[in-house]
Design a protein around this ligand. Structure first.
Ligand code: DAH
Length: 338
């Protein structure tokens, strides 16, 4: 039996030399010390030994077990260290590499322009009002002095939802909604979306407007000019000139289209302004007394002015964007530039 113990020790030590990893080592440990292992099996035979032999063999067996266990443990430690180092080498991280930047969103050029416009008018004492995008034709047309058979209705390319409900074609209906609820003085701007059946280089079916309305006792057209002058200079720069051209809108009388000196050429004439030196940015006028009648304001007591501007066009001018449709195609490569 002592012979067998020596044999097992010699075999095991020899096998250890070929072990290359912890998994193999564990298999080897089981081969000798597992429940069905060679050493374990041998120990089961101890019972058959005589009284004299048993302590001698037992002592020898303990020594062999200790020596082998030590050898196994030492190798386990070495292998564990090696494996850890291999792993570290494999997973090496270059901490000098730049990190991945989180992508930071930016405001859409239209949003930027809308916000700038609001800041400017707030500075002049205007409050921000809003209204529904699905609108009744009464607010979109009738109460704005545009009755059923009025030719101006045809100009609007209206998107109807039912016979009487539509997507508002401008932000002007909010004028009526506010005046219905509030007595003068009224001093509001209305930023929002409007819709028309239109699609080309300077028209999209959805677009943005900012409406303005000021109603009080004895408001004059020259105050409208003053407010819009001030707005134009703050929005487009100190040197900006403003021009009023007579025009027609059903809800204002007199009405005007308002141009600013071209932001690209400064008024000399270029492609952007079609060689006129001027860019049209809004419509405006004195509120038609008929509109006051619809909201039960006394046209003999109050006067006012209104204006409406296309925000997308203003964003195009501010950022030099050649095609309005680019604003709404949501191509990130395009939008990221602003
Ligand atoms: N609502 C007009 C449009 O969409 C713009 C406009 C013109 C608004 C004159 C006004 C105004 O308030 O007074 O074309």
């Amino acid at each position: 039996m002592q012979e067998q113990l020596n044999q097992i020790e010699a075999d095991a030590l020899a096998s250890l030399k070929n072990v290359e990893n912890l998994a193999d080592l564990e298999s080897l440990r089981i081969k000798y010390f597992g429940r069905k292992g060679a050493f374990t099996a041998l120990m089961k035979g101890m019972g058959a030994l005589s009284q004299e032999e048993r302590p001698i063999v037992g002592k020898h067996a303990n020594t062999v077990r200790t020596r082998l266990t030590d050898a196994f443990d030492r190798l386990a430690e070495t292998l564990a260290r090696q494996e850890r180092q291999q792993k570290l080498a494999l997973e090496k991280i270059d901490i000098t590499l730049p990190g991945r930047r989180p992508t930071i969103g930016k405001k859409h050029p239209v949003t930027q322009s809308l916000e700038r416009i609001q800041v400017i008018f707030r500075g002049m004492g205007f409050q921000v009002a809003e209204g529904p995008e699905i609108e009744h034709e009464y607010y979109n047309f009738d109460a704005l002095n545009t009755p059923q058979d009025h030719p101006a209705r045809d100009l609007h390319d209206t998107l109807y939802i039912t016979d009487s409900q539509l997507l508002r074609t401008h932000t002007s209906p909010v004028q009526v909604r506010v005046m219905e609820k509030q007595q003068p003085p009224v001093r509001i701007i209305v930023p929002g979306k409007a819709y028309r059946r239109d699609y080309d280089i300077s028209h999209t079916p959805m677009f943005h407007q900012v409406e303005g309305l000021l109603v009080d006792y004895r408001v004059t057209f020259s105050e409208l000019k003053g407010v819009l002058h001030s707005f134009a200079r703050q929005m487009f720069g100190e040197g900006t000139r403003v021009r009023f051209r007579p025009h027609f809108f059903p809800f204002t009388e007199p009405s005007a289209e308002v141009d600013i000196s071209c932001t690209v050429c400064g008024g000399k004439g270029c492609r952007t302004c079609s060689w006129t030196g001027w860019l049209e940015i809004l419509g405006a006028g004195s509120v038609d007394p008929n509109v006051f009648s619809y909201v039960n304001y006394d046209p003999n007591q109050v006067t006012g002015f209104a204006f409406g501007m296309g925000v997308d066009r203003i964003a195009m001018l501010r950022f030099g964007i050649p095609d309005l449709r680019l604003l709404f195609e949501n191509d990130m490569r395009f939008l990221r530039q602003f």
